[in-house]
Write a protein that binds this ligand. Structure first.
Ligand code: HXC
Length: 264
């Protein structure tokens, strides 16, 4: 069969279709693919559109070779109050990924941090390039992960390592991520995306309803205690926006200086 490829332009993402695989590329290179509300809105809209499209069976989300995503957009959140954070639909985007019925594979190269790592963790599989670096560096900003990271990272790599990642900004190389079960496979930087698309094409070629129900069933294994954990995480994440350290941490990042922690 001849390769059928089409592409569509959005503001923050590039969308392609290659036969039965939908490909979404995060496209904010000047901000290391930081995830702001418009980017997440576009991403979710396209994932939902793909879910309704019988011509597609599996999706790949990718970034650039340098950065899958450096996390939630710090500049968008830096001055937010706890009330503004609770009112903002921003964190809901990560929750809504749970309701995408077709499988989603993250093709990750370079930085995969914070909300970007949580986006990859919310996908069903991860194919990493040898240069991929995974981490939850929120602690450096005086906050904790808020897009499911504490819950999904603990389930993916176990409590001991998750504690180091969340409390002490431990970063994982691609090989470590493979060893600890965070990613499915590692490939050279010039072929990780092709590997991910091939995996997606294989899955997209399988029985569509069985694939969707298989995804639902596997996810159910992690769902039982997940919802309560996510709710708690959200409450604590939002509460941190009432601390001076959150303001200091994010302001220091924007001003490119070391943060001066007050513990209050
Ligand atoms: C906004 C960001 C950003 C982010 C990078 N940039 N990460 N902008 N939000 N998360 C911007 C920088 O400000 C800079 O813009 C440009 O991208 C290039 O980044 P540099 O720092 O100059 O690049 P480099 O020295 O190569 O370092 C790359 C990096 C570093 C290691 C990824 O940028 C970094 O540590 N970023 C922050 C990572 C982080 O803390 N993520 C967690 C965010 S909180 P200018 O304009 O200066 O050129 C989070 C909470 C999740 O994700 C909550 C739930 C979803």
């Amino acid at each position: 069969m001849a390769d059928q490829t089409t592409s569509e332009a959005y503001e923050n993402i590039i969308v392609r279709r290659q036969n039965r695989v939908g490909i979404i590329q995060l496209n904010r290179p000047a901000a290391m693919n930081a995830l702001n509300s418009p980017t997440m809105a576009e991403l979710l809209a396209v994932l939902r559109q793909f879910d309704r499209d019988d011509g597609l069976g599996c999706t790949v989300i990718t970034g650039s070779d340098r950065a899958f995503s450096a996390g939630a957009d710090i500049k968008q959140m830096a001055q937010a109050s706890v009330v503004e954070m609770m009112a903002m639909p921003f964190l809901d985007y990560w929750d809504q990924l749970l309701h995408i019925r077709k499988p989603v594979i993250a093709a990750v190269s370079g930085w995969c941090l914070g909300g970007g790592c949580e986006l990859a963790l919310a996908c069903d599989m991860i194919v990493a390039s040898e240069t991929a670096r995974f981490g939850q560096p929120e602690i450096n900003l005086g906050i904790i992960p808020g897009g499911g990271g504490t819950q999904r990272m603990a389930r993916a790599v176990g409590k001991a390592l998750a504690m180091e990642i969340v409390l002490n900004d431990r970063r994982l190389t691609a090989d470590e991520a493979l060893r600890y079960g965070l990613v499915n496979r590692v490939a050279p930087v010039d072929s990780y995306l092709a590997e991910a698309i091939k995996l997606a094409a294989d899955i997209a070629g399988r029985a569509p309803v069985a694939v969707q129900l298989g995804k639902e069933a596997v996810n159910q294994a992690f769902e039982l205690l997940l919802t309560a954990g996510l709710r708690d995480e959200r409450r604590l994440f939002n509460a941190l926006f009432s601390t001076e350290d959150q303001k200091e941490g994010m302001t220091a990042f924007v001003e490119k200086r070391a943060a001066n922690w007050q513990g209050k």
